[in-house]
Design a protein around this ligand. Structure first.
Ligand code: SF4
Ligand code: SF4
Length: 462
């Protein structure tokens, strides 16, 4: 049988910064492979050209290289690719609703994007919660619903949260809850309720020491940090599932690795590190985070998570969301709602502000140009949303962001959140603030995966 080889002409070869290595990537399907400098000429021969096996005099190493390129979906043999696009099964639809329970907070984070200038404090009224949620999810009592209690600080109105949960449980059968809190106000009574209702707790904390949390607790207050750390111990002791959410700032990024070790030691398993949103009190801040250093920290973290999980059972795996997202993307696994474009804002995700105003996502709360209406005024229906920005969100895809359209790793880059683009540049169609980071880290993770230094099976979402 005749064999002929080809690499799609859309593929290009790029350098992996600092590694003296290169990667070839196909921007059409996101297939990639890491190659050495000495193999560049050999591999380039096949790009956009068909070459017959009989015309090649292959060494053992070149034969093995062609096999690798074929199995990674880069090389086609007889016009056939090893890579087949996974048909993403439409998972059972989960509707996520973020409820802003209060615009008040007991601390004053410097980068807070919510309610930065509010003078009066109000709480979300639980009185009509069943009718409110029914307007967003419909009448099906079996609809899968995820409710996130947000704020301000939601534990400032704990009684309202309890009232809402009791009412919603009486109406919906497939409903789950999580609370995003700064962790200061946790009491025994809260722990008991959270435990018996299997509520997930997200604790916002920027690290294990005072310096890392300076944007949250200020210079002089040691007490808050101690209280949060003590409360984490209590939650862990009660087997409550918690995740730690940190904002990456110049004050904490060098300690991220030590921070993960510290909290893993306490029993925390899941972490999420975010760049801050240029909105609210964070609008005029510059992160001053050195991207090269952050990339090195993310390499170290990925190796640590990989090695930790390799020695634990699946239930005890640890994770950091950004790393899992990147590894999933490189492994062609389906990504979650915030990492697909268009995202789920306004379709499977809604945010309700304290006064009942509805937005496509929590990130847009307070911005009237994204307001859909009010849940308690008129006949609000998700079938009948009239909002220009929502139309733009719905039509936003990988190719509608001009700079991303030209990017070789567009298919592999999971960071396309429109709110990041909007609040940083005033335009919904700009690359993400993690663009530079993504361009540096993805090729390095390619190397770690291809060399089996890390394995995609050890990276999960919680
Ligand atoms: S706007 Fe951003 S945070 Fe909100 S759903 Fe979309 S991707 Fe997620
Ligand atoms: S955000 Fe940056 S890395 Fe991601 S696709 Fe756009 S240009 Fe490429």
């Amino acid at each position: 049988m005749e064999y002929f080889f080809k690499i799609a002409k859309t593929c290009s070869i790029r350098e992996i910064v600092d590694y003296n290595l290169f990667y070839i990537v196909n921007p059409v399907n996101g297939c990639w492979s890491v190659i050495s400098a000495e193999d560049i000429d050999f591999v380039s021969m096949f790009v956009g050209k068909t070459i017959h096996f009989r015309d090649l005099h292959l060494s053992k190493s070149h034969l093995s290289l062609l096999k690798t390129l074929f199995h990674q979906g880069i090389l086609e043999i007889n016009n056939k690719s090893y890579y087949t696009e996974q048909v993403i099964r439409e998972a059972e639809r989960v509707i996520t609703i973020i409820i802003n329970t209060t615009n008040g907070c007991n601390i004053h984070c410097k980068y807070c994007y919510a309610y930065s200038n509010e003078k009066t404090y109000v709480k979300f009224s639980p009185a009509s919660i069943i009718a409110d949620i029914t307007k967003l999810v419909g009448n099906n009592e079996n609809q899968k619903i995820s409710i996130v209690f947000h704020g301000g600080e939601p534990l400032l109105c704990w009684d309202n949260i309890v009232e809402m949960i009791i009412k919603l449980n009486s109406r919906f059968k497939n409903i789950s809850y999580s609370i995003q809190t700064n962790g200061i106000l946790i009491t025994k009574q809260i722990v008991n309720f959270v435990k018996s209702n299997k509520i997930k707790i997200g604790i916002s904390l920027d690290g294990f020491n005072k310096q890392a949390n300076i944007n949250r607790f200020g210079k002089d207050n040691n007490n808050f940090l101690k209280r949060v750390l003590d409360n984490i111990d209590v939650l862990m002791h009660n087997n409550i599932l918690i995740g730690l959410l940190s904002v990456i700032t110049k004050e904490n990024y060098r300690d991220l690795f030590d921070s993960v070790i510290f909290f893993v030691d306490k029993g925390v398993k899941h972490f999420g590190f975010n760049f801050f949103l240029s909105k609210g009190r964070g609008a005029d801040k510059n992160t001053e985070v050195l991207v090269n250093e952050l990339v090195d920290i993310y390499i170290k973290l990925a190796c640590y998570i990989n090695d930790y999980n390799a020695h634990h059972v699946l239930e005890d795996y640890i994770s950091e969301r950004t790393i899992s997202v990147l590894i999933y993307s490189l492994s062609h696994k389906p990504l979650g709602a915030c990492f697909s474009t268009p995202c789920s804002a306004g379709k499977n995700l809604f945010a309700i502000d304290v006064n009942g105003d509805i937005y496509p996502c929590d990130e847009f709360v307070g911005d009237v140009s994204f307001r859909f209406g009010n849940i308690r005024i008129g006949d609000f229906s998700t079938e009948n949303i009239k909002n220009d920005n929502f139309t733009k969100l719905s039509h936003r895809n990988n190719n509608s962001i001009e700079k991303c359209k030209l990017c070789q790793i567009n298919r592999l880059c999971p960071f396309k959140c429109p709110s990041d683009s909007y609040y940083r540049t005033g335009d919904l169609f700009q690359p993400h603030s993690m663009c530079e980071f993504t361009k540096l880290i993805l090729p390095k993770y390619m190397y770690l995966l291809q060399q089996n230094i890390i394995s995609s099976r050890y990276f999960i979402f919680n």
